[in-house]
Design a protein around this ligand. Sequence first.
Ligand code: FNR
Ligand code: 8K6
Length: 346
Amino acid sequence: MENLFQPVELNGSITLKNRILMAPLTRCMADDDLVPTQAMVDYYARRADTGLIISEATIIRPDGQGYPNTPGLYTPAQIAGWRKVTDKVHENGGKIFAQLWHTGRVAHPHFFGGEFVLAPSALGVEGTVPRMRELNYVVPKAATKEEIEELVADYAQAAINALEAGFDGIEIHGANGYLIDQFLHYSSNVRDDAFGGTPENMARFPLAVVDVIVDAIGEDRTALRLSPGAYFNMAPDVRDREVFDYLLAELEKRALAYLHVGIFDDGMTFDTLGGTASEYMRARYSQTLVGVGGFTPETGSQAVADGKFDLLAIGRPLIANPDYVAKVKAGEALTEYSETMLAELV
Ligand code: FNR
Ligand code: 8K6
């Protein structure tokens, strides 16, 4: 597993001390103003021996919220709260990116006192907000061109706020059926304007977000997570693959910090992709790729050795083992994750 412990440069710029990343993990533990708490400072600080921490998904503005107590990055108090997290992580020798989030059609007006939620098209999902079973998802309002422009600008502002809060960079949450992913799939995007109908149009909003953030904070500080296989809050469509083919070719022309596979289990194969999500992305993207989803240190190390991806993100095992990196280095047994661990920040 030596290869996991070698330092690595993110596209020639930011140097990480090892190849083990903390995957973004929503914990719903921010305070009622969506400000990070002291418990969150301690939780992240304990994991600073990973090569890079990716924060839990953090909303860019109020109408992006789809879960209780998820942190934000749009008020001075939220920025100040995150500053405490990033300072401690840096003090402990770590690096941390903020994952920027808007949940689109799985946002809920309950959280922000609004009248509607925005999405590419007025197509809702069945079901209820997790942990809030009384709240049914609503049918979203199709965003107007002006609303799309505002969203792009708000992503840029959140990225600027992230740097002000001391983050080393940002990862755009373009995965798991949230707003950006909703533009990229035919089952959630039936627009007939410049943002729908063709791969180029469906990739327009995601690429506009990437480019406005690159302009604001630099490509070496900008990363993106994508779920080409629709599997969460999303129904697959055979045509989706062309959209991701186009998007990945466009991303290959840029020099982002990294691209990240958004998946819970990278053992899943998708008929629409002709294999796993990481295989599909690796075949189309030659720069720094982060793999994730069901890996152990052994299988992750092997995948890196085989060139399947360059960096390994670890999610649930890092909830169960704050000292994951030290344990793996020392060859100690890892504590097994269980969902009951989500009740508390350790
Ligand atoms: C997640 N995951 C996730 N992904 C993401 O992009 N943003 C997020 O905020 C979250 N939140 C989240 C919370 C919890 C409790 C879990 C279990 C997962 C997905 C996560 O980053 C990762 O892709 C999966 O957990 C798979 O990796 P592991 O856990 O098998 O190493
Ligand atoms: C990004 C927000 C996440 C909020 C908490 C999620 C808790 C997830 C628990 C893990 C199990 C999810 C499996 C979903 C994937 C289905 C694959 C067929």
